[in-house]
Design a protein around this ligand. Structure first.
Ligand code: COA
Length: 209
């Protein structure tokens, strides 16, 4: 299998993913981005063409938390294009062998994934994030550095968890919710809500409320 990786997004997160990819044995074919710059091969509209022209052997999403909605759209575009989408796990992450990790997911150094943890596609697990036994992290979720999911926490699709947040055992965070940096989440979070503080409280009404 070839080992040249295309990264969608040339910003800070994209460059962090490039660094991770090299640690995982890939070479970086280049980036796509709206703005031209070093290593940028084209824009979003060029992605399918670049893949079909064999400019890279595989591709991953490298947009960060400033473009959360676009992350899932670009992932779908990669699937439509028939791209090979790898899973990148840093050699210094600790992953239980009973853990499943989806494609397009990036696992940075120091991450710990415990027994029977299930991680979906296109998830970001930043440095030193911990998910203990039986957690479920759905597609497109984004866990910032140092997040702690205690046992059996469920993170639904496209949620954002800020740096250093701690989530109590067994709770569920609904789809597209936002948990602020440093929050201590002691109960469930509704889909689309933003919570912050210790104990965490909603700051924006849940969608439809
Ligand atoms: C929750 C969050 C998304 C809210 O962002 P926002 O809507 O732009 O909110 P603002 O920055 O305007 O702050 C609104 C208020 O909440 C407070 N606040 C913001 N973040 C807070 C936090 N994490 N904990 C406690 N209070 C916070 C602000 O001080 C401000 O208070 P004020 O109204 O008394 O001045 C953001 O603050 C946050 O925590 N982001 C996570 C950052 C992170 O971890 N990034 C990692 C990327 S890898």
């Amino acid at each position: 299998m070839g080992r040249r990786l295309l990264i969608l997004g040339a910003g800070g997160h994209g460059r962090a993913v490039a660094d991770l990819a090299v640690e995982c044995g890939w070479s970086v074919a280049g980036f796509t981005d709206r703005t031209r710059g070093p290593g940028v091969l084209g824009e979003d509209d060029d992605i399918k063409g670049l893949i079909r022209a064999g400019k890279a052997d595989a591709a991953v999403v490298g947009l960060g938390n400033t473009a959360l909605a676009r992350r899932s759209e670009l992932f779908d575009l990669l699937k439509d294009a028939g791209a090979t989408i790898p899973t990148l796990v840093h050699p210094r992450a600790s992953v239980s062998r009973t853990c499943r990790i989806g494609v397009g997911t990036v696992v940075f150094p120091g991450v710990v994934l415990g027994a029977a943890v299930d991680v979906g596609d296109n998830v970001v697990l930043y440095s030193n994030a911990v998910a203990e036994h039986d957690c479920r992290i759905a597609a497109h979720a984004y866990l910032s550095p140092g997040v702690i999911l205690t046992g059996a926490v469920t993170i639904e699709e496209s949620t954002f968890i800020g740096a250093g947040a701690v989530l109590f055992p067994g709770i569920t965070v609904g789809a597209q919710a936002v948990v602020a940096a440093g929050a201590v989440v002691t109960g469930g979070v509704q889909a689309g809500a933003t919570v912050l503080g210790s104990p965490a409280r909603p700051v924006v009404p849940a969608r439809g409320a």
